[in-house]
Design a protein around this ligand. Structure first.
Ligand code: ADP
Length: 406
């Protein structure tokens, strides 16, 4: 057993998710508290949930209050909250979600100055994600000089992919320069793959497609728990349409935007990352719940596009692994939106996907459930994700190799 607790930090553009884990003798880790600070730089709100499942504590900043404006300030708020609960005593290590690990990192690493410099060198590959993780890491290093800091990469899980899956059909010099399909959401896939293998050991070792459908969305094909292919590519833009990101797009559209609309790289980046996807198509919102509640035909069409592309990508991933034994849904939409799951599964009926309507309708609110019929050739499950648990496990493994598996 490892003495001391592990704090996990997962910093995004407008949110900071955190959790505190305690290593156990008989299991990997136990979560004592988790939460998130959302709306950084705007209408900030903090939610803290204790591991015993009690009522979450909430704090909302009023317009006239000084709310946290950046990741560093958000971290101060989170740490003050944990400190006020006496939870920072005996902190042993901090595990950070770092989106991009490039070609170099296929597992989590202890952070030192040299590693930090290498991660910073990857900023150009994920300019809209990497800076937040790095800012959080820097702030945590300054505050906790004696705690180990560990970088856990979203891309690392996909480093097992073969050349045909991670290359583009460009001259080889671009591949060698790092222009590859990296794949993201790896911390989520690792958690869901491991948990699914516990729930359904036989199929969990087989050909599995996991659909991570949150604000960011992607799907991943796995064999024997390892990533073989994913819908996200060089950046977190490719593949499925997302809350505000476009997903797969003909590169000729970008050329047209440049040549005919005279848009520069910043303008195109803003369009593709912030104004496309569900938000762009609906003209209403990036939030699936808002679209569901709307009567507008554009909202309906945005959902229809999302579902159609989802079914298409799942089938493509199934082809890449020579068939499919199980399909697993996770993240906000995957865990809660039964109609999205039903729609995608209906389009995959020919493949052997049979959904039990009652089981599907009941699988909401973050519950693990099998939603396929007993005689469905392909098992369909909902397995809520827990990236924080993966970060804690990887962190533990770095500071005490072998402890997480003991
Ligand atoms: P993030 O990528 O920010 O972690 P989440 O995994 O929390 O995102 O997923 C956010 C998405 O999940 C949003 O589109 C939200 O509308 C959707 N979502 C959350 N709850 C529900 C629900 N009950 N029904 C439909 N969609 C939901």
């Amino acid at each position: 057993m490892v003495a001391g607790q592990i704090l996990t930090l997962n910093a995004g553009s407008s949110s900071l998710k955190f959790a505190l884990f305690e290593p156990l003798r008989d299991d990997a880790t136990r979560c004592r508290v988790r939460g998130q600070l959302e709306g950084i730089g705007a209408a900030a709100r903090l939610v803290v949930q204790t591991g015993d499942g009690g009522q979450p504590a909430r704090r909302q900043w009023r317009a006239d209050e000084a709310a946290p404006r950046d990741v560093r300030a958000a971290l101060q708020v989170v740490l003050a909250e944990l400190d006020s609960r006496g939870l920072l005593d005996g902190l042993r290590a901090i595990g950070h979600r770092i989106v991009h690990g490039g070609t170099e990192f296929s597992s989590a690493r202890a952070v030192d100055d040299a590693l930090l410099a290498r991660i910073e060198g990857l900023q150009s590959l994920a300019p809209l994600h990497q800076p937040y993780g790095i800012a959080c890491l820097r702030a945590a290093r300054e505050r906790f000089v004696h705690a180990a800091q560990v970088a856990c990469f979203d891309t690392a899980f996909h480093r097992t992919q073969a050349f045909v899956e991670d290359t583009f059909a460009l001259p080889r010099e671009y591949y060698d320069a790092g222009v590859r399909r990296y794949g993201f959401h790896g911390l989520s896939y690792q958690y869901v793959a491991q948990r699914y293998a516990q729930l359904d050991p036989l199929r969990g070792r087989g050909r599995v497609v996991i659909a991570h459908l949150g604000n960011g969305a992607s799907a991943c094909a796995l064999r024997d728990g390892r990533s073989t292919s994913s819908t996200m590519g060089f950046t977190a833009l490719d593949g499925l349409p997302m809350g505000t990101r476009c997903g797969q797009i003909d590169p000729g559209v970008l050329l047209w935007l440049m040549q005919e609309r005279k848009m520069d790289a910043d303008a195109i980046s803003d369009l593709l990352y912030r104004h496309s996807g569900l938000k762009g198509l609906s003209g209403l919102s990036n939030d699936m719940r808002v679209l569901r509640a709307s009567e507008s035909s554009r909202a309906r069409e945005a959902i229809e596009y999302f579902v159609a592309r989802l079914a298409r990508e799942i089938a493509a991933l199934a082809a890449s692994i020579g068939g499919i034994d199980a399909l697993v849904f996770t993240a906000g939409i995957g865990e809660n939106d039964a109609a999205v799951r039903a729609g995608a599964c209906a389009s995959l009926h020919w493949l052997g996907v049979r959904v039990d309507d009652a089981a599907n309708a009941a699988a909401v609110g973050g519950r693990e459930a099998r939603i396929s019929t007993a005689d469905s050739p392909i098992a369909v499950w909902v397995v809520p994700t827990d990236e924080e648990s993966t970060i804690a496990g990887q962190t533990l493994d770095v500071i005490e190799p072998g402890a997480a598996a003991a």
